[in-house]
Design a protein around this ligand. Structure first.
Ligand code: ATP
Ligand code: MG
Length: 442
């Protein structure tokens, strides 16, 4: 295992003062999988005040010291250094009542959630793997350290973390761990929404998210009860091959792996069951469902305490997920006017993902459509076209000077001129716009 300079320095420094020290957790797991670790955490036998003495000449942050964590900055990179510890009793399914510092790395590893996360390493000792983490990595298995019911009982967030790691790495969940997840999912209600949101976002962006959402839909519906009517909901339409939930998870998996787009796809059809009608031919319709989906999305995401910027964007995308898009210059300019470039690009991805999830249109056709749409948008934007009021070659005061009466008329007139420019009926040219302006008020 190759350590970055900072981690090597910290291990060496602790060793030279007579303390045991290892890199631990996610970095060991990722390195063994041949992945580049995101960050390196260190665990050590040094007690908090001993760590402070060892790193007295370094820049440190002391925020976690009560729980044994000192953050050491090396070359501006933060490293979390934590005293070996075991957690006290968990009476609230959330946090330990207290922590106890211990001298043995194996005891520290035993408090960690999954075997693949419970390995430590240093250059002298090599790998410390007391719970079969390496074997589970090879078998691609997420398994609790110790008894799953007990471990999920201590901290219910681990239920969602198991799904997250399985989704991100494409691992299966060991049988007893899986059974405990289904049994104890109800205790997730005790976990802080902010912690759930972080794990859920990673889960949804995982490469095996589709499979996890299919197998563990009950857990997702525990977190988001208004989504449960989607499961098994028959759409009775030639446009859809799958029920609403199966369509949803396929569409989600086809979307780019960002939190915003994956949440959008998770929620885009949530209003379908409520909006469903059957016509006289026995064909199903869900008129107006995007609006209902956006209402459900607002409830669900507010519960999860998603930040306002993400919330607003997801609601906009959900509400407009079937807004017509065609690779036609005039339509693109109108959509640019309505949504702006960033949102329009996201809507193209949403349409693409939605199409991929239908099971009635060939994936190739959907992909071609998306390519054509992206290119048409690029072409239109390359002309630096006028599609907002601020791009227009005249402004309000120009119109006043030209004799348009003060007040509402000015705004109406600008909007009317912009529409004519977008539709190619007028050039975006000052003289032309000023002479056309009075016509807008007729
Ligand atoms: P990532 O690469 O996403 O950061 P990670 O494994 O580093 O994954 P973290 O949430 O950063 O995950 O946690 C670091 C380590 O702390 C984990 O590898 C695990 O050993 C332990 N850990 C984290 N959260 C829990 C928990 N809720 N219960 C038990 N152990 C945990
Ligand atoms: Mg980490």
């Amino acid at each position: 295992m190759r350590l970055p300079e900072g981690a090597a320095f910290i291990l060496e420094r602790l060793k030279s003062h007579g303390y045991a020290s290892y890199v631990v957790g996610g970095c060991v797991r990722d390195a063994l999988m041949g992945l580049e670790p995101k960050d390196f955490d260190v665990c050590t036998s040094a007690l908090p005040d001993q760590m402070q003495a060892v790193f007295a000449d370094c820049r440190v942050i002391e925020t976690g010291l009560k729980h044994g964590t000192l953050t050491v900055l090396y070359d501006h990179v933060p490293y979390e250094v934590t005293t070996f510890r075991v957690d006290g009793a968990y009476t609230d399914h959330r946090h330990p009542d207290g922590v106890t510092f211990v001298s043995d790395v194996t005891a520290d590893l035993s408090r960690r959630d999954f075997t693949v996360n419970a390995m430590a390493w240093n250059p002298e000792t090599g790998l410390v793997d007391a719970f079969g983490g390496q074997e589970d990595l090879n078998r691609k298995l997420i398994r609790c350290v110790g008894d799953p019911e007990t471990r999920f009982g201590e901290d219910a967030l681990r239920i969602l973390r198991a799904l997250r790691f399985a989704a991100v790495y494409g691992f299966a969940i060991e049988e007893k761990t899986a059974a405990a997840i289904h049994d104890l999912k109800g205790t997730l209600k005790d976990v802080a929404a902010e912690r759930i949101r972080v794990e859920l976002a990673k889960l949804l962006c995982g490469r095996a998210a589709e499979d996890i959402l299919r197998r563990y839909s009950d857990v997702i519906f525990t977190l988001m009860p208004p989504l449960s009517p989607m499961l098994g909901f028959d759409q009775r339409t030639p446009y859809h091959r799958y029920d609403v939930w199966e369509h949803t998870i396929r569409a989600l998996a086809a979307a780019p792996a960002t939190e915003t787009l994956r949440l959008t796809m998770l929620l885009h059809d949530s209003g379908k069951p409520d909006s469903f009608t059957l016509d006289e031919n026995g064909v199903g319709h869900a008129h107006g469902h995007p609006k209902r989906s956006a209402e459900i999305a607002r409830d669900v995401l507010t519960q999860l305490r998603v930040d306002n910027a993400t919330l607003d964007r997801v609601l906009l995308l959900v509400a407009n997920h079937d807004y017509p898009l065609t690779p036609d210059r005039r339509i693109i300019l109108r959509r640019l006017n309505r949504f702006g470039e960033e949102v329009l690009r996201q809507l193209i991805e949403v349409h693409r993902a939605d199409g991929m999830g239908k099971g009635t249109v060939s994936e190739e056709l959907v992909e071609d459509w998306a390519q054509t749409m992206r290119r048409a948008l690029d072409t239109v934007l390359a002309e630096k076209p006028c599609f907002t009021l601020k791009d227009l070659a005249v402004n309000g005061s120009d119109l006043l000077t030209a004799g348009i009466p003060k007040g509402k008329a000015v705004g109406q007139c600008l909007q009317c001129l912009l529409e004519q420019v977008i539709d190619g009926k007028l050039p975006n040219d000052r003289e032309a716009l000023l002479s056309a302006a009075p016509g807008c008020l007729e």
